[in-house]
Design a protein around this ligand. Sequence first.
Ligand code: SAH
Ligand code: SF4
Ligand code: F3S
Length: 479
Amino acid sequence: MLYAGFEMCIKEVTAVQEQNTYYLNQICSRNALYTQQTGRTKKCLTHTFGCQMNERDSEILFGFLTQMGYEKTDSEADADLILFNTCCIREKAESKVLSQLGELKKLKKKNPDMIIGVCGCMMQQKGMADTVRISAPHVDLIFGTHNLHHLPEYIYNLYQGKGKQIAILDKEEAVQEGLPTYREDPYRALVNITYGCNNFCTYCIVPYVRGRERSRKQADIVQEVKQMVAEGVVEITLLGQNVNSYGLDLQDGTSFAGLLRELNEIEGLRRIRYMTSHPKDLTEELVKTIAESSKVVDHFHLPVQSGSTRILELMNRRYTKEDYLHRVEIIRKYMPNACITTDIIVGFPGETEEDFLETVDLVKQVRFDSAFTFIYSKRTGTPAARMEDPVTLDEKKDRLQRLNDVLSDIGRTINDKLQDTVVEVLVEGPSKTNADMLTGRTTSNKTVIFAGDPSLVGQMVKVHITEAQTWVLKGSLAE
Ligand code: SAH
Ligand code: SF4
Ligand code: F3S
């Protein structure tokens, strides 16, 4: 039974790849002809919203587009194809997409040959493809998260004049290997280890738009990372909605701890990051493995969401405040210097002032290095959307402000201790706030800004911290 299913799955993948080769060749020769006739190469651009899953998906989309002969541009006016890879985690993310999409109407009028596509999580929601089709008639292509590997087919159909392409699959297809990729950063790479999520936290849309949890085979991941390292990658970030449950669905003994142990052995690889850890699945064995694996970073991003056990239960997080604090104890036992960061939602339906104060109390007990904090955003179709929510937005904003004040006080005190120390930094590139400076991160995920030669990018350097600020450290090269 199992074997037959497995065989079917292999056949399916091969068929998609074969079809893609055909479509890609066809598109590529059309684009080459276009260049011959006009002296110009077609250009493309993607707008990526949301999390690193989407960033990684955009690398694949770009990989396909490069194979089609498109070149990357940053200018919408110069683009022949624009893709919006969307997010719907909160309402704000959605409204940003819709307004940017609306602005393209004029551009499309000027250049009717331009292809405008929308894909990603937001399109995967019930009825959303229709909403976009009607409200943004200048969009040519709509697809979801389950079928991005069919991009060549959709573009080919558009080239063939087959009209608007709208394709949303209800269910995920088999895990796809061997997809092309276009990575901008030569030294740091994103690596999928699981897709989808089975946790159904009651506020969250992800399980509905990303499907059930599926793990990639360990051998495929290891091979991909080895190839990346051969190409110069020194830091990888393993991606999954809950990396701690990696491998369980494969039912062959594969586990996240086992994966980390094997990746840690890869010569030339310097750092292994991962996101995100669900607290309910963070075991002592895993923390021990992380502590023993020299390349796995000293950073735990462990989203707590709330410090009130009552709210955690309503959120279906499947741990209590005490469980969470116990996990933190385990981390501190094996890695006393590890940095712990988190995600917190304030204003979940029915959250009282008392519940909120439980969160503040937890924050003070754990002393997070930093946190992403959000006001609860109602997502249609999730269980929380049907819960009573009597607290006003003003009250929620006030709670968020009070929480952020506590977090920044703690963050500042922790960073102050790093003043005058020497830290090891993996140099990432020019600083976003000052292009004359370099930026990089410590193993504990602290951003460090310092002066140095751009040739240091991709290398590990020692930096002497001269000025600790709340969220960044400033320093100078120590050697
Ligand atoms: N899989 C990760 C989270 C992915 S979403 C995990 O479980 O930790 C990233 C963060 O967005 C979440 O941790 C949560 O804090 C926030 N988030 C998700 N849904 C939200 C909603 N409806 N309103 C506000 N914040 C939300
Ligand atoms: Fe959303 Fe919860 Fe899954 Fe994270 S674990 S993606 S918050 S349902
Ligand atoms: Fe990520 Fe947003 Fe989708 S946070 S998984 S891009 S809904």
